[in-house]
Ligand binder design. Structure first.
Ligand code: ACO
Length: 336
């Protein structure tokens, strides 16, 4: 029997900006239609941040406060922060230290930033799990937060990408599990760097002289680029693979899953995964219709909503799964 302890999710919360941007709103600023967006992605609306109010770090802090409240803990109880984002407040330092400041945590606890895009939250959760398992820390805050909307090409030129992404934040508090056989059963992380440029924000890159001058002359390279069809092709293979890997490691079958929380990439991808895993509608959670793709925030926002709606109960088998830029992909199997 393993002597390592298990971690569990003691609290979960989310925050989304109050500004709702519908598909109809997008038709005012670019050539697109509600039908195209819904048919290809399932998205009906998304949230965009309000300048001067929302930041990547303070949205993460809002989500974290709710997660801490559910866990019955205070910010000062947190012993480590892991912050997943592809849209940090600053180029450096990372948003983890800003979250520490936002929450008023005075203790000099460690704060990591994780840069694994759509898989970022599951990577971050896995890191927290390892630190708790080894006994180094007891209370770890894991946050995913994104502001995409300030960096999208909101003209017709950028429409195939900009209609997909939205802003928001989600967080969990992780603690050692006190219940035998409960908590995070296993996590599985993968990357395949040969596809790094298939889904990318290229600039500002560091590997040339005169970075600032280059960016000023090539500002279009600061917008996200996505080879959508190739992303789709890999996503529909990697999602089922990494879910099956988690089930196999724990001697379980797809029929054992009570709730699959996939990264909200695109409703078509989610539906494909659902069909491939043979899951009924009540065993897979989708909220991309209302928030778009919020990258590192999508899994914790979905988890938070599923818990709030009573769709996850004590003892349920919950699977988190993600795929995204890198390419990276990951899963976590949890006995709730
Ligand atoms: N509104 C209207 N028309 C559009 C839009 C839009 N927003 N965007 C593109 N089009 C047009 C294109 O210009 C093109 O027109 P054309 O045929 O006259 O040239 C046509 O629609 C088809 O464009 P494609 O880019 O080939 O569209 P595709 O069918 O591949 O759909 C999509 C694009 C939805 C991105 C698709 O590739 C896809 O589902 N990819 C999966 C990737 C994904 O969802 N990523 C999410 C983020 S990454 C992640 O989280 C893992």
């Amino acid at each position: 029997m393993s002597t390592l302890r298990h971690s569990e999710i003691a609290g979960v919360g989310h925050y989304v900006p109050s500004r709702v941007v519908t598909n109809a709103d997008l038709t005012e600023i670019m050539e697109t239609t509600d039908e195209w967006i819904q048919e290809r992605t399932g998205i009906r609306e998304r949230r965009w941040f309000e300048e001067g109010k929302d930041t990547t770090a303070n949205m993460g802090a809002n989500a974290a406060r709710k997660a801490l409240e559910m866990a019955g803990l205070q910010p000062d109880d947190v012993q480590m922060i892991v912050f997943a984002t592809l849209s940090p407040d600053y180029f450096f330092p990372g948003s983890g230290v800003l979250l520490q400041r936002e929450l008023g945590i005075k203790a000099p606890i460690p704060a990591f930033d994780v840069r694994n895009q759509c898989s970022g939250f599951v990577y971050a959760l896995s890191m927290a799990d390892q630190f708790i398992k080894t006994g180094m820390y007891d209370t770890v805050l894991v946050v995913g937060s994104e502001i995409h909307s300030s960096g999208l090409d909101k003209t017709t030129r950028g429409r195939s990408v900009s209609v997909i992404f939205g802003d928001g934040a989600g967080a969990v508090v992780m603690r050692p599990s006190t219940r035998e056989g409960h908590g995070i059963l296993s996590t599985h992380l993968h990357a395949q760097g040969e596809f790094a440029e298939e889904l990318i924000v290229k600039e500002p890159g560091s590997n040339r002289e005169g970075r600032v001058e280059y960016v000023m002359a090539n500002e279009l390279e600061m917008y996200p680029y996505m080879n959508g069809q190739n992303v789709f092709k890999h996503a529909v293979v990697r999602f089922p693979q990494v879910i099956k890997e988690a089930l196999d490691q724990n001697g379980m079958q797809p029929t054992d899953i009570d709730m699959l929380i996939p990264h909200q990439a695109n409703l078509r991808i989610t539906q494909y995964v659902q069909q491939k895993m043979g899951l009924s509608d009540d065993k897979i959670f989708s909220n991309i219709q209302r928030y778009g793709n919020t990258t590192a925030a999508s899994v914790p926002i979905a988890l938070s909503e599923a818990v709030a709606e009573g769709k996850i109960k004590r003892g349920d088998l919950v699977c988190l799964a993600a795929f995204g830029s890198g390419f990276t992909w990951a899963s976590a199997l949890i006995k709730w």
